[in-house]
Design a protein around this ligand. Sequence first.
Ligand code: HAM
Length: 421
Amino acid sequence: MKIQAPKGTKDVLPEESYMWQYVENKFREVCKLYGYQEVRFPTFEYTELFQRGVGETTDIVQKEMYTFLDKGGRSITLRPEGTASTARLFIEHGFASRPMPQRFYYIISAFRYENTQGGRFREFHQFGIENFGSSSPVTDAEVISLAYNFFTSIGLDNITVNINSIGCPACRREYVKNLKEYFLVNSQKLCHTCHQRLDKNPMRILDCKEEGCKLIAKDAPKPIDYLCDDCKSHFESVKTYLDSAKVLYKVDPFIVRGLDYYTKTVFEIVAPVSDKDLAICGGGRYDNLIEQIGGNSIPGIGFAIGVERLLMLLEQNGLLPARPQVPQVFVATVGENSLKKAFEIARMLRFEGISTVIEEMGRSLKSQMKYADKIGCQFSIIIGDDEIAKGVCKIRNMMTSSEEIVEIENVCQYLKEKLQK
Ligand code: HAM
């Protein structure tokens, strides 16, 4: 039996990898413009980090983590997201004593054992940013504006930014009490899992995917109606600053997000993928996360973008650039002498930034030309004993089949000019 890639994972082939590089470069550019710098952290962490950070009662921690004991008997988990790790990194490397805010971005793979329909993968990739140290609503607007400008910079203008506030622990107490009462009245209609959530964390019922639960959740109390004065004025300021930053947004009182660390502002950016609105970005403020995992009381806010979904969307909207041709030039050889010269010419061309391959398999000249044509080279260089003796080579335009004799020392200049056209 042939071994295949595991369910929910994806190989990236040469015909796709340039698209990944394209969006990665764009994301890096926009992060730089907003003053964010890259961090890299391990693919796996001690399980406790996600239990304490993401939250024991979340779907991610209860059902979706890839957790195992390593050979030393420690519980290890493949990261299901990047926020908890970035917060751990922040504490571990003493960033609290550096000037605030600290601005980080990351490009990561993440792992969740999920159903694999509707743009969900078990290994997926995220572009994320985290801002630590500022509790000001200006930061909320800056963070949302970065995401918004990233999407518009790659031509996506059919996105919707939905924002909400889920309050702080103080106003949440009253809200959760009322929410629980509401669900208790309707408890016979809730699914088995939501019955358990009712006791431990009724807010998680609001993002249950079961139809019955969704129907009841529709009329449930909304966090935005329970905000304390501080949370209310924070949210009002976020909206004002978003207007100033020219970010178009909608208030969606039903966004609660599926991770426990959020406080105050939460947001999602959705876009139509195959006629269904899909979340391509999710984020929010998390003012207690650093403290929850053992640091000082330092506020934070960030988001993550799903890269697979982003690429689906770009492809669907015809927004991907053309695939660059690699390699551009083929150096054909006829015999041992010319092989030596081929290495020399290839070295020269590569030094000038021209993507070049040489014949590696000792084929006939005819087969070499066929190969160069199939792999899409624009030019082939042909050198035999005669050419070497005269210090020249033949350059063949693979599109037109026309050939020119060029002195070896002028090959780079000749090709640079031709390839530019
Ligand atoms: P999240 O909403 O779980 O948030 O994920 C962010 C984005 O990652 C989603 O909007 C979606 O595009 C993508 N995504 C999530 N799960 C999958 C999956 N199974 N397959 C494909 N794409 C997926 C977080 O992860 C938070 N850490 C975001 C954050 C950063 N909040 C504050 N800072």
